[in-house]
Design a protein around this ligand. Structure first.
Ligand code: BGC
Length: 778
C-alpha cells in the first residue's frame, strides 16, 4: 500500500530541505541568512563588549603596503601589532592571497574579540580576467553584459580572498582632459545611473552576502569629475542643482541597487573637502537617501583636509571628517591616532563612535565573515582559469568597440587571403598587453592578455602575411607616480628615444605600410596616460603618432585607425583622411581578439559613445545636455560659439556605426496631453535596412520647453540595445514616468514634475531628428 504523506510531514520535509540549503550556503563560506534584526543584535552585542580603541580600529583601514602618512602617524606600530591588539576594520591592497589568510588568522585568533578583517582592493573591471575599462563597457549600452562582467570580477576577487572592491566609479566626466574619465561611464547621468546599477548588482548580487560576490564601494562621492580645468584632485565648483541633476544620480542609483559602502572623494567641493563635507555625507547621503552602509575616505584623504587648508592640523581634520559623517579612514592612521583623544576630551561622544562602527560590523556580519573568515587558497587557480571568463571578456570587448568611421565600407576586412595578402600592423600600442588593461586592470593581478597584433595574426592565420612595426615610443612628459608604487610592477612607460631613433622607427613603419596591402594603425595612450593622476592639457595623439598617421595615409594604402585610449582624443585630421576608425578604448585581456573579431567581421560593432567627442582640446568641456544660451546657434548674428570651429562635437554623444544600417521611424506618443503624475508611453520602430544582422542602440531624449528653471536642450531618458536580422523590424516602447520627467529645481529647492510642453526625440544618437511632443497639465 502506498504510504500517504500528510501535510504535516511535507512541512517537516520542506523545513529540513531549507535548513540543508541554508547550511550548504553557509558552508560555501560567503552568505548568511540572518534577518536585519539579527544582524543588528549581533553587531550591538559586539559593540557592547568593545573598548574605545577596538571601536576606533574598526573605523580604520590599514595599508597592505608602505604608506608614508600611515608611518608618520603610527611610528613603530606595525600593521600586525595593531591587528593583534585592537583588530582592524579593513586592510587594503594585500595582493598576496597567503598574506590575506595570515592577517585574518591574526585578527580572528589573536585579537580579543576575534572580529574578522574586511580586505579591500581596486577591482574596477576585473581581477585576473580583465574586462574592458568602464568607459568602454558603458559604450556597450548593455547593462546586462556589464552586470555579468562584474559578477565574473566578483567571483575571481572573492576566490582570491578579497571581499570588498573599491568600485564602481560613477563620477560624471564632461572634461576629457581629466584622466579619470576612463574609470566611469562618461558624461550622462541617465546612462551613468544604468551602469552604476548594473555594476553594483554584478559585484554584490541581489543582497550583501550573496555567494561569490563582493561588497561594492561607490566612488568618489561626489563631484570629483568636475575638477577645475580637468586637473585631477583640483577643486570642483558645482551648484546644488547641478549636483542633484547631473553628478548625484549615478550614486543614488548605486545605493538604490543596494551598494553597501561608498568612498568620499579627495577634492574640495564648493570650498569644503568632500571627505569632510557634512552636506554630502550627512544631508544628502543619510538624510535624503537614507543610506545605511558605511563611508570610507579615499586614500589618506583625512590627512589631505589639512593640505586643503580646511583643517588646522590632523587632529582637527579627524574631528571634521568624522563629525561630517566619514566612518572609516583609509590608510592614514589618523583615526587611530586622534579619535580616542577626541572622545576622552568630550568633543566626540561614544554614541557617535558607536553609530559609525555599527554599519561596518553589520557589513561584516552580512558578508558572512564571522562564519567564514578564511578562504580556500587551493580554489583560486580553478576559478581564475575558468575559460568562460575569457569568453565573457571577449564578448564584452566586441560589444564595447565603437566604429566611428567606415568610409566606403572599408571594414570589415577580408581575411580569406583572396583580396588582402599582407597587412601592416603599426603603432606603439599594437603589441601592447598591460596597456590594453587600463591602469587598475594592469595593477591588480591580470592573467594573460591578447595584444591586437596577436589577435589579428590568430584571426587571419597563414593565408595573410602580417608584419608589425612599432613606430615611435610613447611616454608622458612628466611620469606617473603610479609607475613607482610598490604594487604596480607591470606598468611601465615606453623607453625614451632620441629624435633620430623615433624618426627611424616612424620611417620603418611607413615603409612597411608601403609594401603591404592594408595598414592597421593602433595609436593612442599607454594606460598611465589616462588614469588617476593622468590629466593632460592636450588631447592630441602624442609623441609623433599624429605625424606617423599623416605619413602613412599618403602611401595610398587603405588605412584603419584603431584607438587605444581612455578619453576622446583630437582626431580631427583622421576623421577627414582616414577611411576607417575604430575606438577600442582599453579593451581588456581579450582586447586583441575582440578587435580582430570586429575588424574582420566576425562581430558587428554596435558600441555607441558615452561622451561627446570634441573636435579639439579647446572645445572641452563639451556635453550634449547643456542649456541654451540667450544667443544660441540659431540666432542670426551674435552667437554663443567659437569663431574657428563648428559648435557641434566631432561625434555626438550616443553615436556609433555598424556594418549594417538602421532606420528609426514611426514615433508615437500615446498621451499627447496628460496630467502631471501620468506616465507617458512613447514608441518607435527600428528596422535593419542593411544586409547583415547587427545591433543598434535606440535612444530617447526629452526637452522641457519652459519651467521654474532652464532645462537642458536634450536629456537621455531611455535606451535599448536591440539585435535585428537584415530587414527585421521591432517596435520599442519607452515609459516616461516621474523618474524621467522630474528635475531638482533651484527655485523650488526640491524635485518637481512641471506642467509644461515637452519635446521628445528617438534615434541612434543625441542628434536624433525623429521628433514628437507632449504636454503635461496641472
Ligand atoms: C584612488 C581611489 C582608490 C584608492 C585605493 C586612490 O588613489 O583615488 O579610486 O580606490 O586610491 O587604491
Amino acid at each position: 500500500m502506498r504510504k500517504r504523506i500528510t501535510n504535516g510531514k511535507w512541512l517537516v520535509i520542506l523545513v529540513t530541505l531549507a535548513a540543508i540549503l541554508v547550511f550548504a550556503e553557509l558552508l560555501s563560506g560567503q552568505t548568511n541568512s540572518l534577518t536585519d534584526a539579527q544582524v543588528q543584535e549581533k553587531a550591538s552585542s559586539l559593540l557592547r563588549q568593545m573598548t574605545l580603541d577596538e571601536k576606533v580600529a574598526q573605523l580604520s583601514q590599514l595599508p597592505g603596503f608602505s604608506v608614508p602618512e600611515f608611518k608618520a602617524n603610527m611610528g613603530d606600530r606595525s600593521v600586525d601589532e595593531i591587528i593583534r591588539t585592537v583588530g582592524a576594520g579593513s586592510v587594503l591592497w594585500v595582493p598576496e592571497p597567503k598574506e590575506i589568510n595570515r592577517l585574518q588568522h591574526l585578527a580572528v585568533e589573536q585579537s580579543r574579540l576575534h572580529i574578522p578583517i574586511l580586505f579591500g582592493l581596486d577591482v574596477i573591471h576585473g581581477y585576473h580576467t580583465i574586462f574592458p575599462a568602464p568607459i568602454a563597457m558603458a559604450s556597450s549600452w548593455d547593462p546586462k553584459m556589464v552586470e555579468g562582467a562584474q559578477s565574473v570580477a566578483a567571483q575571481e576577487t572573492r576566490a582570491a580572498g578579497i571581499q570588498w572592491t573599491f568600485a564602481p566609479m560613477v563620477d560624471i566626466a564632461r572634461d576629457a582632459r581629466w584622466g579619470r574619465m576612463v574609470e566611469g561611464a562618461g558624461e550622462d547621468p541617465y546612462l551613468g545611473a544604468a551602469m552604476a546599477r548594473a555594476q553594483v548588482l554584478g559585484f554584490q548580487g541581489e543582497h550583501l552576502g550573496a555567494p561569490d560576490r563582493v561588497l561594492a564601494c561607490v566612488k568618489h562621492f561626489a563631484g570629483y569629475g568636475a575638477a577645475d580645468g580637468g586637473r585631477d584632485y583640483d577643486s570642483s565648483y558645482v551648484p546644488e542643482e547641478e549636483m542633484w541633476n547631473v553628478y548625484l544620480p549615478p550614486f543614488k542609483a548605486a545605493i538604490d541597487a543596494g551598494a553597501g559602502s561608498l568612498m568620499s572623494a579627495y577634492m574640495d567641493l564648493n570650498d569644503v573637502p568632500a571627505s569632510g563635507n557634512p552636506w554630502l555625507l550627512r544631508d544628502v547621503l543619510r538624510q535624503a537617501w537614507g543610506f545605511k552602509g558605511f563611508v570610507v575616505s579615499d586614500a589618506v584623504a583625512v590627512w589631505s583636509l589639512v593640505t586643503h587648508g580646511y583643517a588646522r592640523d590632523l587632529q582637527d581634520a579627524v574631528y571634521k571628517a568624522f563629525t561630517a559623517g566619514l566612518n572609516m579612514d583609509m590608510a592614514s592612521g589618523s583615526y587611530l591616532k586622534y579619535l580616542p583623544g577626541e572622545v576622552q576630551q568630550g568633543r566626540i561622544t561614544m554614541q557617535q563612535i558607536d553609530d559609525a562602527v555599527m554599519p561596518i560590523l553589520e557589513s561584516k556580519i552580512r558578508m558572512g565573515l564571522f562564519e567564514h573568515p578564511y578562504f580556500d587558497e587551493s580554489r583560486i587557480a580553478t576559478v581564475l582559469n575558468d575559460p568562460q571568463h575569457q569568453q565573457a571578456a571577449r564578448v564584452a570587448a566586441q560589444r564595447s568597440l565603437v566604429l566611428l568611421r567606415n568610409d566606403k565600407g572599408l571594414l570589415p576586412l577580408d581575411k580569406s587571403g583572396k583580396t588582402i595578402h599582407s597587412i601592416a600592423v603599426i603603432g606603439p600600442l599594437a603589441d601592447a598587453q598591460a596597456d590594453l588593461l587600463s591602469m587598475w586592470g594592469a595593477i591588480v593581478k591580470p592573467g594573460p592578455t591578447v595584444s591586437i597584433v596577436q589577435g589579428i595574426r590568430d584571426k587571419v592565420g597563414s593565408g595573410v602575411h602580417v608584419e608589425y612595426a612599432h613606430g615611435p615610443n610613447i611616454r608622458r612628459t612628466i611620469p606617473s607616480p603610479f609607475e613607482n608604487l610598490p604594487i604596480t610592477s607591470s606598468m611601465k612607460e615606453q623607453p625614451e628615444q632620441s629624435p633620430a631613433e623615433a624618426h627611424k622607427a616612424s620611417e620603418d613603419a611607413v615603409a612597411l605600410a608601403r609594401r603591404s596591402d592594408v595598414a592597421v594603425l593602433v595609436l593612442g595612450e599607454i594606460n598611465l596616460m589616462s588614469a588617476e593622476s593622468a590629466s593632460r592639457s592636450s588631447l592630441k595623439l602624442s609623441n609623433g603618432q599624429e605625424e606617423l598617421l599623416e605619413a602613412v595615409v599618403p602611401t595610398g594604402k587603405p588605412v584603419v585607425l584603431v584607438l587605444v585610449n581612455g578619453r576622446p582624443l583630437d582626431i580631427s585630421w583622421a576623421a577627414e583622411h582616414v577611411p576607417a576608425i575604430l575606438e577600442a578604448w582599453y579593451p581588456g585581456s581579450q582586447g586583441g581578439n575582440g578587435v580582430a573579431d570586429v575588424l574582420f567581421g566576425d562581430a558587428n560593432p554596435a558600441g555607441h559613445l558615452p561622451v561627446s567627442w570634441p573636435r579639439s582640446t579647446g572645445q572641452v568641456p563639451i556635453y550634449y545636455n547643456h542649456n541654451l544660451t540667450q544667443l544660441p546657434e540659431t540666432s542670426p548674428d551674435f552667437k554663443s560659439r567659437y569663431w574657428d570651429i563648428p559648435s557641434t562635437p566631432l561625434y555626438p554623444f550616443g553615436y556609433g556605426l555598424s556594418y549594417t544600417t538602421f532606420s528609426v521611424d514611426n514615433l508615437k506618443v500615446e498621451q499627447p496631453v496628460a496630467h502631471v503624475g501620468a506616465t507617458i508611453d512613447v514608441s518607435a520602430e527600428v528596422t535593419n535596412t542593411g544586409s547583415r544582422a547587427g545591433d543598434t542602440v535606440v535612444q530617447l531624449y526629452i526637452h522641457q520647453r519652459a519651467g521654474s528653471a532652464s532645462r537642458p536642450v536634450r536629456q537621455l531618458k531611455g535606451f535599448e540595445r536591440v539585435n535585428l536580422a537584415p530587414g527585421a523590424k521591432q517596435t520599442l516602447h519607452f515609459k516616461l514616468g516621474k523618474d524621467e520627467l522630474q528635475f531638482w529645481s533651484p527655485i523650488k529647492k526640491q524635485w518637481v514634475v512641471e506642467p509644461e510642453q515637452f519635446d521628445v526625440w528617438v534615434g541612434e544618437d543625441s542628434a536624433a531628428k525623429l521628433h514628437g511632443e507632449f504636454r503635461l497639465t496641472e
